[in-house]
Design a protein. Structure first.
Lengths: 167, 167
């Protein structure tokens, strides 16, 4: 009984805490490097994209079809996170590579140039819907991690590509 | 029934004042020092200035900027020397209080390796944005600008103005 009461008290807080636990790869890195002065850190919430979703955007460069296709892709994005540094880039790249949980992330593509620049894209997916698109960029003088979290539907991406190609 | 209504009113008032207490404390604490200033612009004055600006504005871009300003209610500004305080820790604590206890949501967070920092957190009621807190820290000038504005707009209203700005 002595232990039961504190447990009962803590119970209502448990689901809220669980929801806040980072589930995406970059969240782990992000929390580590968010205060590191060597890094440039960017976070944009999905709420900002929701604003665009509800808004009747009228962009000069894009026609109605293109705007609709772009909004279809971004409307389900829950957030974008970016980490970038120009210091110890090669060491950071190697460290990040080691820590990617390959059991949860599938390599989408990998590019390595003759100059030694590397770009690797990973995804976490269920059916045709990507829950996270994760880019790792490494070069001699730059290291960056980009994470797009949310439901990125491959069919919507394909539709956007088609619409842009048509014009 | 009357005690219940009174209790509800007191609860509501205490929640609102608690939220503003964090902001008030932040402003009061950083307002100390020869170069540190804070001022409040009442909402009606911003509205009035916005209306006058709309009439006087020459081009559509200026009109859109003034109509964007009209979305702001009572706005409080604070400008202080970052070196006078433990600014990073103070910002972190304020954002943690607002987001942890008063349901603010971080919309954007940018911290450059050069030291510049931008934080945007908002409080929403349903689909309406009702409070905005923005913090901009300039590392080169070692100056921090804090803004708290009461607002009452939806994504659609903001989208209309953004349409005008993008034309």
């Amino acid at each position: 009984m002595k232990f039961l009461l504190p447990l009962l008290f803590l119970l209502p807080f448990a689901p809220a805490t669980a929801q806040k636990l980072p589930t995406d790869a970059i969240s782990n890195y992000f929390s580590e490097y968010v205060d590191d002065p060597d890094f440039t850190v960017v976070y944009v919430s999905g709420k900002v994209f929701e604003l665009f979703k509800d808004s009747n955007l009228d962009l000069d460069e894009l026609d109605e079809k293109e705007v609709a296709a772009v909004l279809q892709v971004v409307k389900d994005i829950k957030g974008i996170r970016v980490l970038h540094t120009g210091r110890n880039a090669t060491a950071r790249w190697k460290e990040a590579k080691k820590r990617i949980p390959t059991d949860r992330y599938e390599l989408l593509f990998k590019v390595r140039t003759a100059d030694g620049d590397n770009v690797e894209a990973f995804i976490q997916d269920e059916a045709a819907v990507i829950s996270e698109l994760f880019l790792l960029i490494g070069a001699a003088d730059t290291f960056a991690m980009l994470s797009f979290v949310g439901n990125v539907d491959l069919t919507k991406l394909a539709n956007l590509q088609r619409v842009l190609q048509d014009d | 029934m009357r005690p219940a209504l009174l209790a509800l009113f007191i609860l509501l008032a205490s929640t609102l004042s608690a939220q503003h207490k964090s902001i008030n404390q932040f402003i009061r604490h950083h307002n100390n020092g020869a170069e540190n200033i804070s001022f409040t612009i009442p909402g009606f004055l911003i509205g009035l200035a916005g209306e006058i600006g709309m009439i006087a504005a020459g081009d559509e871009e200026e009109k859109a900027a003034f109509s964007l300003a009209q979305l702001l209610g009572t706005t409080r500004f604070l400008i202080f020397d970052s070196n006078d305080f433990d600014t990073d820790e103070d910002i972190r604590r304020l954002l943690s209080e607002l987001e942890g206890e008063h349901h603010y949501e971080r919309w954007a967070s940018i911290r450059a390796a050069t030291g510049e920092q931008i934080e945007l957190t908002v409080q929403m009621k349903g689909k309406r944005v009702c409070d905005i807190v923005a913090i901009v820290k300039d590392a080169e000038e070692h100056q921090t600008v804090f803004l708290h504005a009461k607002t009452n707009f939806t994504a659609a209203e903001l989208g209309e103005i953004m349409n005008e700005l993008s034309k």
